[in-house]
Design a protein around this ligand. Structure first.
Ligand SMILES: Cc1cc2nc3c(=O)[nH]c(=O)nc-3n(C[C@H](O)[C@H](O)[C@H](O)COP(=O)(O)OP(=O)(O)OC[C@H]3O[C@@H](n4cnc5c(N)ncnc54)[C@H](O)[C@@H]3O)c2cc1C
Length: 303
């Protein structure tokens, strides 16, 4: 109920304005968002690298409505690869298709994604296409496959809460696609997604096993100790090396677990979001955990 309300509020322009212009809420968002500029993101990425973790940089934004804005986003991503190389960071990039004009036209969006993936390839780097709500899943899978057919520097994300995910995994694997597996962060109807957490978790374990046994390098994106333990157990049982997959976690979430995994010799990548368009991302993080909302309300009313 609370999760649904927060995810609904994430779509409200009025609430967005209120949250993003309030100094207290802006300060709170900094727990999950590295800053509003690329300089701040580079600083956060450097700190992760120094702690033994790789990074995926995400310039926040979604649902861009003009082609000029989508092209500006493309230019920003091209610059990010150049900056990663200049700074010698261990980092790749994540982006969302609705930020690159998916709603304007799939062909237009594909052209922008291809140019970013080609820059990634030229820099010996990688582009991860985040997965958004289920109304975009089919278009995202199709677009990633088309770009993947032209360059190996692009990968996808699959959400274990969707019924369709196993079939999407088989489809993407037939293109040699690297996949990030997460549970899924959007409000979805029961017709497309498992309504119960236990079902989402069971599917996560099932899909993790499928991915780890596929022979490609994939990423397990979760902060859930049970999902992490299941991954570690499966890898050990199947003699899959610690270097053949990575764990991924979000900036500011379960830093204790991030450090522990590094200490235990696992590869860890931190998703580092930055930029001025942080409101929907921040709302999804609040929705994931009631304690985050309590923290938000406590600080807000104290201010
Ligand atoms: C690297 C990365 C990339 C992602 N990319 C996508 C994507 O492209 N598309 C998409 O839909 N979703 C994405 N997600 C979000 C994901 O789908 C989940 O919403 C989110 O990770 C919470 O699920 P969980 O696996 O951590 O398990 P949960 O069962 O939600 O949480 C397990 C435990 O993790 C901790 N935790 C989880 N979330 C938080 C939080 N916000 N604050 C504090 N503690 C928390 C708590 O201790 C909680 O008990 C991504 C997540 C990660 C880590």
């Amino acid at each position: 109920m609370l999760r649904s309300t927060l995810l609904k509020l994430a779509e409200s322009k009025g609430f967005a304005h209120w949250v993003t212009s309030n100094p207290t809420t802006r300060g709170m968002a900094r727990r999950f968002v590295a800053g509003e500029t690329l300089d701040e993101a580079v600083q956060a990425a450097r700190a992760c690298n120094n702690a033994g973790m790789a990074v995926s940089l995400d310039c926040l934004g979604e649902n861009v409505s003009t082609s000029a804005d989508a092209q500006k986003v493309r230019d920003t991503y091209l610059q990010i690869y150049d900056r990663i190389a200049q700074e010698d960071l261990n980092a790749n990039v994540s982006c969302k298709l609705t930020q690159l004009g998916l709603e304007i036209s799939a062909e237009f969006c594909e052209g922008l994604v291809l140019s970013i993936a080609e820059r990634a390839a030229a820099r010996d780097n990688f582009l991860r296409i985040d997965m958004e709500s289920s109304i975009y899943t089919q278009r995202t899978v199709e677009l990633v496959k088309r770009v993947r057919a032209q360059t190996p520097a692009v990968g996808a994300v699959i959400q274990s809460y969707l019924y369709r995910s196993e079939s999407d995994i088989h489809d993407l694997l037939s293109y040699g696609c690297r996949i990030r597996l997460c549970k899924g962060a959007y409000k979805e109807p029961d017709e497309v997604a498992y309504p119960k957490k236990s079902e989402v978790d069971a599917n996560y374990v099932h899909l993790m096993r499928l991915l780890l046994s596929s022979g490609f390098y994939h990423a397990m994106a979760t902060h859930d100790p049970l999902m992490i333990a299941a991954t570690i157990r499966w890898a050990a049982e199947k003699r899959i090396s610690k270097d053949d997959f990575e764990f991924q976690m979000l900036y500011g979430v379960r830093t204790d677990l991030q450090r522990q995994l590094v200490k235990d010799g696992y590869r860890v990548r931190i998703y580092v979001p930055f930029g001025t368009e942080w409101f929907p991302y921040f709302m999804r993080r609040l929705a994931e955990r009631p304690a985050n909302l309590a923290f938000f309300l406590r600080n807000f009313f104290r201010s």
